[in-house]
Design a protein around this ligand. Structure first.
Ligand code: ADP
Length: 613
């Protein structure tokens, strides 16, 4: 059955109740109407007849009185007019006897009427007025009273009966009223209950379906709506079940694929031998690999806090994380000296941090991946190389000194006169010795700086003096090469916190490079100015500039721009970088090939100076 038919069927009890009420009402009304009609037929007709008989009797009595007072003709006419109608009414009454005692009263009336008529005959035929008067008073008047009395008895009988019947009718109608009200209430309640229960039965599947939809909404994909039948709701339930099945299959397949993808990406980072830590945007640890668990003793339980990690490693992780999350791009270590030592059970490990941003769909940084590369062996090689370089440089010094001394003595002709050609050769040899000495000195400085053996003697230094003494040795060369060399120093900054000799070395290296790489007619300017709490030094030239691909590596040890005319072994800028960083400063450059370069570095300003100013 369709839902529409079921709903229509549910209305049937109410309709039936209405029908029942209608039938009951019509039949009761009919019964009441009949009772009223009975009163009219049984009693009212008799009452009417009696009233008319009395009327006729009284008119006939008046007629008799006309005859008594000698109005004989008028009296006879009047009496004749009422005789027949009275007879007819009496017949009506005789045919309408309904009450007990009414029959006797009627026959009494008939007898009294017969007597009245015979008395009237005698009265009407009397000859003399005296005879008529005595006939009236002796016979007619008593017969009149008797007949009227009998009529009134019948009248009273019927009126009493009418009153009784109307009382009964009123009672009956009141009962019918009550009965109708009760029947209406009962039919309404019964019909409503039946309709409600039928409607509920017809709509129960809807609530089953709605519960199933709710459960599905809450994520229970295994839920099904059980609705029997072939109506619209059962069809809807079948469609719903089909949809839930499809969803379940989709969820199972997509979840499976998702889990597989996650497992394989986890396996990929687990396969890396170095510890990997993935940070979220809020800085919390999102993921780690096996190596991180084992080497760093880090675990994702407990919110992935870095508390268990040793303080040095934690400091490095936090530094790299804030670098990457701060939007400064990937974090690349400058060298092995940045690696952090991690004490192990057998031997110490050296871990070199690297960080790269994790980008979200919108292209923004949503996290940071930090890899701690195990560079224990590489660092060992680096140390060996540094040691070797330092040892070789050191070993070179003494022979180099005696070589320079020997060449000097030869040039001074201490060992005898030399020819001009020999002198030329010895001059060239002395120049090369000077260069060699410079490189050896650079190498020694660098190895001292890198091994941390070099102690800085930091104190407030007058910037202007440092600038002047750094420029002075280069003025002659600059003049010779036709390069203008100048300095700009803001008067307000007088002092900087630095080791003056080392600072001079940095400036000297930068100025020497600038002069060397600037062609005739060019300019080299050295500036110093405040940069917040720091002091920024700049050495700007108008020389050949440096190609972008070389700018990255320019501070590396032994790096020289290929094909460029270089004075040294590619150590000057590395030394400058080491010294600036040992002061806690930064060094960098900006350069356009063909338009010149600007090398800059920052140093902490003098606190005492600031206090005074
Ligand atoms: P070197 O002592 O050999 O000059 P540096 O470390 O001082 O080594 O410099 C490395 C390289 O950088 C040099 O080979 C040179 O080509 C380049 N360079 C340094 N300064 C400048 C500059 N001001 N202009 C152009 N090139 C420069």
């Amino acid at each position: 059955m369709t839902l529409r038919n079921k709903l229509l069927l549910a209305q049937v009890p109410l309709a039936l109740a209405l029908l029942l009420l209608g039938v009951l009402g019509v039949s009761t009304l009919g019964r009441l109407g009949r009772a009223g009609q009975e009163i009219l037929a049984d009693n009212y007709r008799s009452v009417l007849a009696m009233q008319r008989i009395i009327e006729h009797l009284e008119r006939m009595d008046s007629a008799a009185l006309f005859i008594v007072v000698d109005e004989r003709r008028r009296g006879l006419e009047l009496a004749d007019a009422h005789l027949q109608p009275l007879e007819a009414e009496l017949k009506v009454q005789e045919n309408n006897i309904t009450e007990s005692g009414e029959a006797e009263a009627t026959s009494q009336l008939r007898r009294a009427w017969a007597r009245y008529r015979s008395a009237y005959e005698a009265f009407a035929t009397a000859e003399t007025p005296e005879a008529r008067r005595s006939a009236y008073f002796d016979a007619l008047a008593p017969a009149f009273r008797e007949a009227k009395g009998a009529t009134q008895v019948i009248l009273a009988l019927n009126q009493d009966s009418m009153v009784g019947k109307s009382d009964a009718l009123r009672r009956q109608s009141r009962q019918v009223n009550t009965l109708m009200v009760l029947a209406v209430v009962a039919a309404l309640v019964g019909g409503f209950l039946a309709s409600a229960s039928l409607t509920q039965r017809a709509l129960r599947p809807v609530s089953v379906l709605s519960q199933a939809v709710q459960r599905l909404g809450q994520g229970d994909l295994a839920t099904r709506a059980v609705v029997e039948g072939r109506d619209e709701i059962a069809q809807l339930a079948r469609d719903f079940n089909g949809m839930a099945e499809a969803l379940l299959q989709y969820r199972q397949s997509s979840l499976g694929e998702l889990l597989q993808a996650q497992a394989s990406s986890q396996a990929a980072i687990d396969s890396l031998p170095d510890p990997v830590v993935v940070f979220g945007l809020d800085g919390s640890v999102l993921n780690i690999n096996h190596a991180a668990e084992e080497v760093l003793r880090l675990s994702l339980e407990g919110g992935g806090a870095l508390g268990q990690v040793s303080p040095e490693v934690r400091e490095v992780l936090e530094r790299v994380r804030s670098h990457v999350l701060g939007g400064k791009g990937p974090y690349l270590p400058r060298g092995y000296e940045e690696s952090v030592r991690l004490e192990g059970p057998d031997a110490d490990r050296w871990l070199l941090p690297r960080g790269s941003p994790v980008y979200g769909e919108g292209g923004g940084v949503v996290g940071a991946t930090v890899i701690l590369q195990d560079v224990t062996r590489l660092r060992r090689f680096d140390e060996l190389k540094n040691d070797l370089v330092a040892t070789v440089a050191h070993e070179f010094r003494t022979p180099l000194t005696s070589l320079r001394m020997a060449i000097h003595l030869c040039l001074e002709e201490v060992a005898g006169p030399i020819t001009p050609k020999q002198a030329d050769l010895l001059f060239a040899a002395r120049e090369d010795c000077e260069r060699l000495q410079g490189i050896v000195d650079d190498l020694l400085d660098l190895s001292k700086l890198q091994s941390g053996r070099l102690k800085l003697e930091v104190r407030p230094v007058s910037t202007e003096e440092v600038l002047e003494s750094a420029l002075a040795p280069h003025r002659a060369v600059a003049d010779e090469r036709g390069v203008r060399l100048s300095s700009e120093c803001g008067l307000e900054l007088a002092r900087v916190e630095a080791d003056p000799e080392r600072l001079q070395l940095v400036l000297s290296n930068l100025v020497a490079n600038a002069v060397r790489h600037t062609s005739r007619g060019g300019e080299v300017v050295v500036r110093a100015r405040h940069d917040g709490a720091r002091v920024r030094f700049e050495v700007a030239d108008t020389g050949e500039g440096i190609a972008p691909e070389h700018q990255q590596r320019i501070f590396e040890k032994f790096f020289r721009v290929p094909g460029a005319n270089s004075g040294g072994a590619g150590l000057g800028l590395s030394i400058a970088q080491e010294i600036v960083q040992a002061h806690g400063g930064e060094i960098g450059l900006s350069s356009q090939p063909g338009q010149g370069s600007t090398f800059w570095f920052t140093l902490p300003g003098s606190a005492r100076e600031e206090g005074q100013g």
